[in-house]
Write a protein that binds this ligand. Structure first.
Ligand code: FPP
Length: 249
């Protein structure tokens, strides 16, 4: 049971009533619309999104979710207006500066999914420092997909395999997975996309092959602990068959 006091009212979330997925992945969408709805610039939405990220990480720790993967910046996001890209980089750098100590104390181990080439050197350094500082933590693995694209990840893996001289006959799904940025981690069980869109948008396209997809109309800055709990309730009701027939049939 988790109890929370919101504006004087006590809410209880019954964790024994839900199945807790090991690995949750989130496409954090809707920051721009959240800001627009309030007459604010898009950057204000990204700032609110970054604040919400802290709350969702806390909720994952409370819910005993072991792996959280977030889509922070895609290889396609570079094509946004320069001003917005600059704002996103500033927010990312600030999150790394301000949150890393707390995350480390909470036992969060940060992994990076994506490539750092092409990213500002000072952000590259902050990312590397964060990985190094938190590498031995084991309460929650936080995969930050930053400058990440699923297709780029697959190409990166193929290039590495060719460079390593992997023989066609030796190639199987396990070996291929070991060349992905998520190597060593189980595939996501649940992929959540906020803001009502129902696309995968080049996110974990190999790893999410059998993930349960949960689209929600809630915009990312408003996606709180209760919204996450609703996603867990929906996940609990899903019958995961992995291409087989139901276990109840
Ligand atoms: C999508 O909203 C969100 C992003 C492109 C970036 C996600 C970024 C954050 C949550 C804040 C920064 C945190 C880190 C770790 C970088 P959108 O702009 O596509 O929203 P819209 O579809 O309503 O326009």
């Amino acid at each position: 049971m988790i109890t929370d006091l919101i504006m004087g009212t006590e809410y209880t979330l019954d964790l024994s009533a839900v199945k807790i997925p090991t690995h949750v992945a989130i496409i954090m969408d809707g920051n721009g619309r959240w800001a627009q709805a309030r007459g604010l610039p898009r950057q204000a939405g990204h700032r609110a999104g970054a604040e919400n990220l802290r709350r969702v990480i806390n909720a994952c720790v409370d819910f005993n979710i072991k792996i959280l993967t977030i889509y922070a910046f895609s290889t396609e996001n570079w094509s946004r207006p320069k001003r917005e890209v600059r704002a996103l980089m500033r927010i990312f750098a600030r999150v790394l500066n301000q949150e890393i100590g707390n995350l480390h104390q909470q036992g969060v181990c940060i992994h990076h999914l994506g490539e750092l080439t092409g990213v500002e050197p000072n952000i590259q350094k902050k990312v590397r420092d964060a990985l190094e500082l938190t590498r031995l933590n084991d309460r929650l693995i936080l995969n930050v997909a930053f400058n990440y694209g699923g297709r780029a990840e697959i190409l990166h893996a193929v290039r590495q395999m060719l460079a390593d001289g992997v023989k066609p006959d030796d190639l199987d799904e396990e070996l291929f997975s070991s060349y992905l940025f998520t190597h060593g981690l189980p595939d996501p069980d649940l992929v959540i996309r906020t803001s009502g869109e129902q696309r995968i948008s080049n996110f974990l396209i190999w790893q999410a092959a059998y993930a349960e997809f949960y689209p929600t109309p809630v915009l990312w800055p408003d996606f709180d602990k209760f919204a996450l709990y609703d996603a867990l309730v929906a996940y609990t009701d899903r019958d995961r068959r992995f291409g087989r027939v139901s276990t109840e049939d």
